[in-house]
Design a protein around this ligand. Structure first.
Ligand code: HEC
Ligand code: HEC
Length: 254
């Protein structure tokens, strides 16, 4: 793993800034309407038509699939077609057991093996047990269509920063870097103990050009093996004009 050690970065300044912000960020929860109660209709003779509706766990999993940007790499409803490096997920539940799926989602799949390609990110510190269970239910159900489970539409003609703000949610950046890039999302095993903010003086000093911001988004930054969460590699996934929009948005953050 010698190739990783050079990329290992300790930034005490950011650790302190992030520590001061702990609690400000955090993972956005799933809307309350996905309450996880299985349908109980035992005594009802004439069940209403919506019995055919998607199981609540499957529906919640479909929302998680969008929230954690699984669709951005694996394609809409896991149908693939985004990058040759990323497999479709349509048959994955036939080949892998639920514990195997849970382990892949929590720990990724060898992020440091090839730093020039997208890899399956480590989500363990960022995603809840329930969210992983719901994702597994969704994969096992064959990734059905679920109303409302679609990525946000990126607005056109409103300027790069607006486009970038929506892309920041659509690519799941918000799960790890917090709303408005405030940081504070725990990453207990990492040197800094939190995922860094994308705002604040230390960030601006280190990432003082669009080129530097875009370079780290494109190539990611492997700071260690799972359970450590690293910056995913987005090269080949996020198109260049959208990378510029993300940089424009990040520069607006205080
Ligand atoms: C940044 C891109 C990216 C994102 C985001 C991403 N994945 Fe992956 N995923 C990959 C890549 C690349 C692989 C293949 C890794 C390998 O084979 O080494 C993979 C593999 C997998 C596999 C194993 C597939 C197989 O056939 O063995 C599963 C399951 C999976 N991902 C589920 C998910 C889920 C669920 C999410 C959202 C929580 C997600 N992925 C988000 C890139 C991504
Ligand atoms: C799975 C969690 C995760 C996701 C999703 C994620 N990041 Fe990161 N990101 C990290 C971690 C961890 C680091 C710190 C890497 C390091 O210290 O080398 C990081 C670092 C960065 C940095 C450099 C900041 C610094 O101080 O090192 C930028 C810029 C960045 N991410 C932007 C983004 C953008 C834009 C997105 C969405 C396209 C995104 N990240 C998605 C975890 C994530």
């Amino acid at each position: 793993m010698g190739s990783d050690s050079g990329r290992l970065r300790h930034r005490l300044g950011i650790a302190l800034a992030a520590a001061a912000l702990v609690g400000a960020g955090g993972v956005i929860g799933i809307a309350a309407n996905q309450a996880s109660q299985p349908k109980q209709r035992t005594a009802v003779a004439t069940a209403p038509v919506e019995t055919a509706a998607v199981d609540p766990h499957v529906a919640a999993g479909a929302q998680d699939f969008v929230q954690f940007a699984c669709n951005q790499c694996h394609g809409f409803r896991g149908r693939g077609g985004i990058s040759p490096a990323v497999p479709a997920l349509t048959t994955v539940a036939k080949n892998l057991t639920p514990p195997e799926l849970r382990s892949i989602i929590n720990h990724g799949l060898g992020e440091s093996a090839n730093p020039t390609q997208p890899y399956m990110p480590v989500w363990g510190a960022v995603i809840s047990r329930t969210q992983v269970s719901d994702l597994i239910a969704y994969l096992r159900a064959g990734l059905p269509a679920v109303t409302g489970a679609a990525p946000p539409t990126i607005p056109k003609h409103q300027g790069a920063a607006v486009e970038g703000a929506v892309a920041y949610r659509g690519y799941g950046c918000i799960n790890c870097h917090g709303p408005n890039g405030l940081g504070g999302v725990p990453n207990p095993q990492s040197p800094d103990k939190t995922i860094p903010p994308l705002s604040g003086q230390d960030f601006r000093t280190e990432f003082n050009t669009d080129a530097k911001i875009i370079a780290v988004i494109r190539s990611g930054s492997v700071i260690g093996k799972a359970p450590i969460v690293s910056m995913p590699h987005w090269g080949g996934i996020i198109p260049p004009e959208r990378l510029r929009a993300l940089a424009a948005y990040i520069k607006t953050l205080k």
